[in-house]
Design a protein around this ligand. Structure first.
Ligand code: B12
Ligand code: SF4
Ligand code: SF4
Length: 391
């Protein structure tokens, strides 16, 4: 007869998860301390929600008091190689967001998983989690031996890679804990070398203040000026530290149609289209059902301004940028449009900035315009200024 653990493993495969492993509810206590010291160092940047109660994130009992085991699950979102950019005026989307938003896609399968557990084991209590619960998903996955945590802080599963989503079911069933996997990075430091902003200067500890993924997805404010010229092509998220990882050289392909590019934004988005999204409604209807909603309209349009400079596309999206600096409703966005115009080095851009200075009423934006006018007398950034430009 198949054991309870064996049956749960079979179910996870039948429901399309690529890997499964079990651990106990108290496995990640130390990781809660890690989270606390990480945030004390300031590395959580503006993600206050993440660091409010580290001990709570390390214990699934906070959302299921009867928890006896954690079923940790992984599903690949790898859907083939990066296609070439359709043109210069395009920004890159991180791979995890190419298809539909992963939360509802995974939650639907976890709901079916819950039903199957009840059919098999009777009145089982099961609480699903994909980001929605305060839960250290990587820590539990590592403790369960689902994979190991790499120096880039991602969970890596040998034979799968790290381009995977994690999900969990916390249950009141007793399941046998799996063995922890040995750390597999060895002397490799490719991810830290590749990270253009220095966010991985300390291995295993990402500094979100310097992370492109943090700024392009989570940061609702200014991109720090000192980092702006290091963002490369990234419009939403960043895959640099995963693209160079040897464990992603032959990744496991995703079997989930939800993650395919033709269901979502895909790898590249036209900057001109993004720069024209003037209202939250227009943004929501363009990106409904995708992960891009997370950045909000103002975040994505702000990011597009930066990418236009990196891809030497300011002249191509000239009309859209002029309209943005003059008419975008958010000061945040107008500021970044001014920065982009200032960095472009075009004489027409300087004229636009001078006229915007005359009409701009927001003090912070006016300062940004002043600085942009000053920097516009400098020569434009040479092609390839960013050593990782993919142009
Ligand atoms: C906040 C968050 C972010 C933040 C901060 C990321 C970070 N590294 O902390 C930002 C916005 C930057 C981000 C970016 C990305 N994210 Co994110 N993010 C999260 C979220 C919601 C919480 C992560 C967290 O708690 N961070 C705090 C730090 C301190 O915790 P941690 O990295 O998880 O590490 C803990 C343990 O792993 C352990 N640990 C870590 N290293 C080591 C080393 C040793 C030796 C030991 C003993 C322990 C240990 O201790 C840590 C603290 O408890 C999780 C979902 C969740 N609820 O867990 C998704 C999650 C981590 N993100 C995910 C993804 C896909 C991404 C991106 C790839 C998206 C993209 N392409 O832009 C990038 C990857 C950037 C990177 N290099 O990490 C996936 C990761 C899958 C994977 N293979 O690991 C998750 C799990 C979402 C999911 N359900 O699939 N993310
Ligand atoms: S996601 Fe990008 S910026 Fe963030 S640590 Fe990885 S390479 Fe660096
Ligand atoms: S690139 Fe190298 S050091 Fe970084 S996570 Fe992958 S194996 Fe580890």
């Amino acid at each position: 007869m198949t054991s309870a653990g064996g049956r749960v493993r079979e179910m996870s495969r039948e429901l399309g998860f690529d890997r499964v492993a079990f651990t106990g509810p108290d496995a990640a206590v130390e990781d809660g301390n890690r989270l606390a010291s990480w945030s004390e160092e300031g590395k959580s940047a503006g993600m206050v929600w993440l660091t409010r109660d580290p001990a709570r994130r390390a214990s699934p009992r906070s959302f299921l008091a009867e928890a006896r085991s954690v079923i940790t699950l992984a599903v690949s979102y790898q859907t083939g190689p990066l296609p070439p950019a359709p043109g210069a005026a395009y920004g890159r989307v991180a791979r995890y967001a190419w298809g539909l938003d992963y939360h509802p896609a995974i939650e639907a399968r976890l709901d079916r998983f819950k039903d199957r557990l009840r059919q098999e084991f009777g009145d089982v209590l099961a609480r699903p989690s994909v980001d929605a619960q305060p839960f250290l998903e990587r820590a539990f996955a590592r403790r369960a031996g689902l994979g190991f945590v790499g120096k880039n802080t991602n969970l890596i599963i040998p034979g799968v890679g790290s381009t995977l989503f994690l999900a969990n079911l916390v249950v009141n069933l007793d399941l046998p804990s799996d063995d922890v996997l040995p750390q597999g990075c060895g002397s490799c430091i490719h991810c830290a070398e590749r990270c253009t902003t220095g966010a991985l200067d300390t291995p295993f500890s990402l500094d979100a203040r310097r992370c492109i993924a943090y700024h392009t997805i989570e940061n609702r404010e200014d991109i720090p000026p000192a980092l702006r010229h290091r963002f490369g092509d990234w419009l939403f998220g960043c895959d640099d530290c995963q693209d160079v990882c040897p464990f992603n050289a032959r990744p496991l392909e995703s079997q989930w149609p939800e993650f395919s590019s033709d269901r979502g934004p895909g790898a590249w988005l036209a900057l001109g289209d993004i720069l024209q999204l003037r209202t939250p409604e227009a943004f929501k209807s363009r990106f409904a059902g995708t992960s891009l909603l997370r950045s909000k309209r103002s975040g994505l349009v702000r990011n597009a301004c930066l990418v236009a400079v990196h891809r030497h596309a300011v002249d191509i999206v000239r009309d859209e940028l002029i309209d943005t600096v003059r008419h975008d409703p958010e000061p945040l966005v107008r500021s970044h449009a001014a920065w982009a115009l200032g960095r472009s080095g075009y004489s027409w851009a300087r004229i636009v900035l001078e006229s915007a200075r005359g009409t701009e009423t927001h003090l912070v934006v006016r300062n940004e315009i002043e600085q942009a006018i000053e920097s516009s007398s400098l020569p434009p950034p040479p092609k390839g200024e960013n050593k990782h430009d993919t142009l």
